[in-house]
Design a protein around this ligand. Sequence first.
Ligand SMILES: NC(=O)CC[C@H](N)C(=O)O
Length: 363
Amino acid sequence: MNKKKATLLLADGTVFTGSLVGNHGTNGGEICFNTGMTGYQEIYTDPSYTGQIIVNTTPHIGNYGVIDEEAESEHPLIAGIVVNDFSQVYSRLDAKQSLQEYLEFHGITGIADVDTRKLVRHIRSKGAMNAIISSDIEDLEELKKELAKVPDMDGLELSSHVSTKESYYFGSEDAPIKVACLDYGIKKNILRCLSERGIYCKVFPAKTSLAEMEAWGPHAYFLSNGPGDPAVMEYAVETTREILALDKPLFGICLGHQILARACNVSTYKMHHGHRGLNHPIKNLLSGKSEITSQNHGFVVNKEDIENNPELEVTHVHLNDGTVAGIRLKNKPAFSVQYHPESSPGPHDSRYLFDQFISFIQN
Ligand SMILES: NC(=O)CC[C@H](N)C(=O)O
């Protein structure tokens, strides 16, 4: 097969060449890598990756095609993909489409035949940075100019752009518990995990006022995952403070965890290259048990700020680097985790957190 050439240029000037996959074009974003061996479709459709170029460390991508049920949102919002061995053919009876067709349909540009081990080692040592993929522009000077236009993830607010425009319902209307979910870029599997446990969800746009959500009469609140920098989401922090004042149960995942922390005057900061994969070890400090978790974050909450805050407690730590992976409020039914108990993809070790949320609501 005749492959069209593509170029990947990193902000520090490093160049990789390979072949085009997906739609032809030029697109930039923050480059990051995910170490999961499965789940490319869920990863590409997770709204938290908006504006990011994803490098899959697992070499074989596309081999099982795509299937509607595995999309975590309606459209992939990623800025591109970088893979080693891209499979144009797929082997799965249920698959609807090839990954090539899917990426083309959604206008996503990617590059294959890249030495992804070398690239990942580079990102690991140099840290997160912007990059650009192009199948159209070969001139590096011209590509550098395009790359310079790509915004920095540090200080970027994206949630309000990816959030639902209108509120909607998820789950059974007859379910006994009503939870208001603030959509900062919510993954579908979170809604499935909640509704499977007897929760009727109403998903609200990121900037909905507390009064509008309270008018529905929810028993509890949920703060979703999402893209961008939590430090520039003052609107979400304000609403979260108002929710906390109600004393209703509150659960936050990933970006939602960072927002809850910020609402308690805890700062957040950008990590060197983040945590993205399906086998991140976490220790639950309350039970003493470890969990293998699914993760996708580039920002993290400040541990010292939590330790200096008498209202807060660190409940989970990341065993690779000691960063905070979970917190709770000591005097309120509010808690959050930096990782993904809904996984999809990933192990199900942390699903108990949804049950914990239910028990907070029932008590
Ligand atoms: N998955 C998420 O919610 C990501 C949160 C945030 N955008 C980060 O990168 O840290």
